[in-house]
Ligand binder design. Structure first.
Ligand code: 5RP
Length: 225
């Protein structure tokens, strides 16, 4: 399948950035999982320490024999992450896997933050195809949900895992908000973070140092500068 092939193509390309790196941050999701598998079968993995952003990618990393450490070990020289949508300014929509808080902590604290993606992830504006994920405290979740619905004038649903709410690695809930495509993602991010109950928002602005996108066998390298 084309998309799975593109995940491999962009993962192999990203290995070039890992040369000389001591501590590598790992985002979450299927694209980063493909990257972990490619990394593990390269000769770059032996001396590398990796800091996972979620239990999902930690288990993939451990299964593939990578040396997993926690954030107290040191800040990442580089983090490789995925995204749900990427706009023309390289703002990101993230949180499809529910790991947005730790991914943002890694993004902010890494020397270099790189997104790898297949061609489907490029959009004109964030929230074109996907809802906006927001991590919220379980305490008072219905109040927070109602408040965000009013603020964004959009429907918010609690993400489910079968019959029960999905629980993030931080013990929180995720609200998915089906909003209009965002004209000013930075303003929305800042506004939503002011509400108590909101832990963080799946909008990442001015964080990506580079975005690598696969179009078939080709990789396009986009940077904000
Ligand atoms: C998890 C994320 C992921 O990076 C995003 O959902 C992309 O996942 P995939 O590579 O499976 O499409 O933000 O919180």
């Amino acid at each position: 399948m084309q998309v799975e092939m593109e995940k491999r193509v962009v993962s192999r390309y990203a290995l070039n950035l890992v040369k000389g790196v001591d501590i590598l941050g790992l985002g979450s999701g299927t694209t980063v999982s493909a990257f972990v598998e490619e990394l593990a079968s390269s000769d770059l993995a032996e001396d590398l320490k990796v800091i996972p952003s979620s239990s999902q990618i930690e288990s993939v990393a451990r299964r593939n024999g990578l040396n997993v450490v926690d954030p107290s070990y040191g800040k990442p020289d580089l983090t490789i992450d995925g995204a749900d949508e990427i706009d023309s300014e390289l703002n990101l929509l993230k949180g499809g896997g529910g790991a947005l808080v730790r991914e943002k902590v890694l993004a902010v604290n890494s020397d270099y933050y790189v997104i790898i993606a297949d061609h489907r992830k490029l959009v004109n504006r964030l929230c074109t195809k996907k809802p906006l994920p927001i991590e919220v405290l379980p305490y008072g979740v219905e109040w927070t949900r109602n408040l965000l619905e009013v603020v964004l004038n959009s429907k918010a649903v609690i993400r489910m895992n079968g019959e029960s709410p999905f629980i993030s690695d931080n013990g929180n809930y995720i609200l998915d908000i089906r909003c209009e495509p965002l004209e000013d993602p930075s303003a929305v991010e800042k506004q939503l973070k002011l509400y108590p109950g909101v832990v963080d928002v799946g909008i990442f602005t001015e964080l990506a140092d580079e975005v690598l996108i696969a179009f078939g066998n080709e990789v396009k390298r986009l940077s904000p500068h």
